[in-house]
Write a protein that binds this ligand. Sequence first.
Ligand SMILES: [Zn+2]
Length: 278
Amino acid sequence: MPELPEVETTRRGVAALIQGARVSEIQVYQPHLRWPVEIPSSIVGQRLESVGRRAKYLLFSFETGTLLLHLGMSGNLRVLPRDTPCLKHDHVEIVFGGTQALRLNDPRRFGSVHWHVGDPQTHWLLSGLGPEPLDPGFDGDYLKRRARGRRLAIKNFIMDGRVVVGVGNIYANEALFLAGIRPTVAASRVTLAGYRELAGRIRHVLAAAIQMGGTTLRDFVNQDGNPGYFKQSLNVYGRAGLPCVACGTALTSIRQGQRTTVFCKKCQGAQSFRPPRC
Ligand SMILES: [Zn+2]
C-alpha cells in the first residue's frame, strides 16, 4: 500500500514534470473507484498551479478548484508521452499541453478522485485529519495532550489519522522500536519523555523514507508501470522471530487491530518508556 513517503515521492516526481502546464484533455476510463470519479470538464484549458499533499491525498490545484487524489491500496501515478498505450487498470488520464499524460493506475480501485472548489482543507475527507508528522506543530507535548484518558494501545493511537496522519504500520512498528516503547502499552500510560522520544522517531523514520524515495524518483514516473517502492532498512517490520538488531533476542509478533506488530520484548519494556539505546 502506498504510504506517506511514497505519496510524497510521487508528489515531487509528478510536480517536476507537469506543474505549470495546461490541461488539454481528460479521459475517465473507469468512473467507479472507491467513490465516483469527480473531474469537471471545465478543467480543460486550466493551468496546474501546484501539486500539494495532505496526509496521503495529492492536491492538484487548478485555477478554479482542486483535485484531491488518493492512491488507495494499489494505485500509482505515471507521467508519460500521451501516445503511450494504456495499461490494464489505467482508469483516469489527464493530458497536459497535448503531449504529457498523467495516468492513474489502480488494480484494486480503492483510490479516489474528488473535485473541490475553495480551500481543500475544508473538504470532508481532509477536515478531520490530525497534523502532518513533519510539520512543526507535531511533537511529544501534542501527543501527550491527545493521549489523556486514552486506553487504546499506543501503536493504534499513533496510527489514528485524527491524532497524526501518515503513520502506517511499517513506520509505527519502527518508531516504537527506536523509542523503546512496547506497542501494547495504553496510550495514556506513555510518559511525556516517552512521547517526545516517539515524536522524534516518527519524524525520523518518515523523513528517512522520503529521502530514500527521492533517490528512486524516476521509478515512480517511468513507463514500465512499476511504482518503484523503495526498500528501507527495517529493524523490526517483517523480521518476526529473527534476532533483535540491538540485543539479539528473537523478535515477537502479535496482531493488533488486524495489523501485524513486531517488537523486542527486551528493548521495548513493559513500562511505558525506557531511555533509548541508540
Ligand atoms: Zn532487543
